[in-house]
Unconditional design. Structure first.
Length: 290
């Protein structure tokens, strides 16, 4: 369990802002931190990682105090079992893939974990390559593997997929979900992508101007409809075709195009490029804009 009750004065683009948080996160959850730019999402990650000190309050992780302003406790980043993946990869350009991972090893740590992570993240054929020769998706897989070398309890992700194209983004989402489950992590991710949240997270924390305004499961947060949990996908509208009295909506879901029959009231506010949930209600497929 992560308990975070902190305050921190920040300067956002709109001016001074007080980050005032009281958050509890269960072990093993995949959390999405959602909100507009400047809401304080990245600051939450940095305070958990020990890269930013709160003004006051307390951070407790799995029963151990990481920060307590009253008792002057503030563990260094190296003392916190955290893996951090940034948007810009932050790889060492002069080290190949394997050596980037080996650099993260602690003293006397079994180096076998490097071999395991190279295999798990599909980097075996790239382990001798330098970062500059890799694609964006490959670099992010290296960054993810490096973040896991020290076997963290908590994985922090600061919009790690935002610079990737749709295909690579989907692949990396699959990798994230796989390592989250395989290594039994508690994962906290900053993202603006609602489709990504639906695919990965089981809980959303919505921040607005430094405060939590809502929490809940993704579908509860982004849809007011009661939908079947057996049939839910997120996708992107590619085109809408009128067919006499009905419409055919072509939706890209992962790498497949799915055709959904829709009525006029379902498509009147839809346009190509919109993100949608394809779900079921009374056994009929429906479209919900997100």
């Amino acid at each position: 369990m992560i308990r975070m009750n902190v305050e921190k004065s920040l300067r956002a683009a709109s001016g001074p802002m007080l980050l005032d948080l009281d958050i509890q996160i269960g072990q093993g959850q995949f959390i999405a931190l959602y909100g507009e730019s400047g809401a304080g999402k990245t600051s939450v990650l940095r305070m958990l990682a020990g890269l930013l000190s709160p003004g006051k309050g307390k951070i407790e992780v799995h029963g151990k105090v990481w920060y307590d302003s009253e008792h002057k406790v503030n563990l260094r980043p190296q003392q916190r079992k955290i893996g951090f993946v940034f948007q810009d990869y932050a790889l060492f350009p002069h080290l190949n893939v394997r050596k980037n991972l080996e650099f993260a090893l602690q003293k006397k740590q079994d180096p076998q974990i490097v071999n395991e992570l190279i295999a798990v993240t599909g980097l075996t054929n790239l382990q001798n390559e330098l970062p500059d020769t890799l694609s964006g998706g490959q670099k992010q897989r290296v960054a993810l593997a490096r973040a896991l070398v020290q076997k963290p309890d908590i994985l922090l992700l600061d919009e790690p997929l935002s610079a990737l194209d749709t295909r690579n983004r989907s692949k990396l989402q699959d990798h994230l979900l796989m390592v989250h489950k395989k290594y039994e992590l508690t994962t906290i991710m900053v993202t603006h992508d609602i489709g990504e949240i639906h695919k990965l997270a089981n809980q959303v924390i919505h921040l607005e101007h430094g405060k939590v305004i809502n929490t809940g499961a993704p579908l509860e947060m982004f849809s007011k409809n009661k939908l079947s949990g057996k049939f839910q996908f997120t996708g992107e509208v590619l085109s809408i075709e009128k067919q006499e009295v009905i419409y055919l909506v072509n939706v890209l879901i992962n790498h497949d195009i799915v055709r959904i029959i829709a009525q006029h009231d379902e498509i009147e506010h839809l346009k190509p490029g919109d993100k949608v949930i394809v779900a079921s209600k009374a056994f009929n497929p429906i479209l919900i804009k997100i």
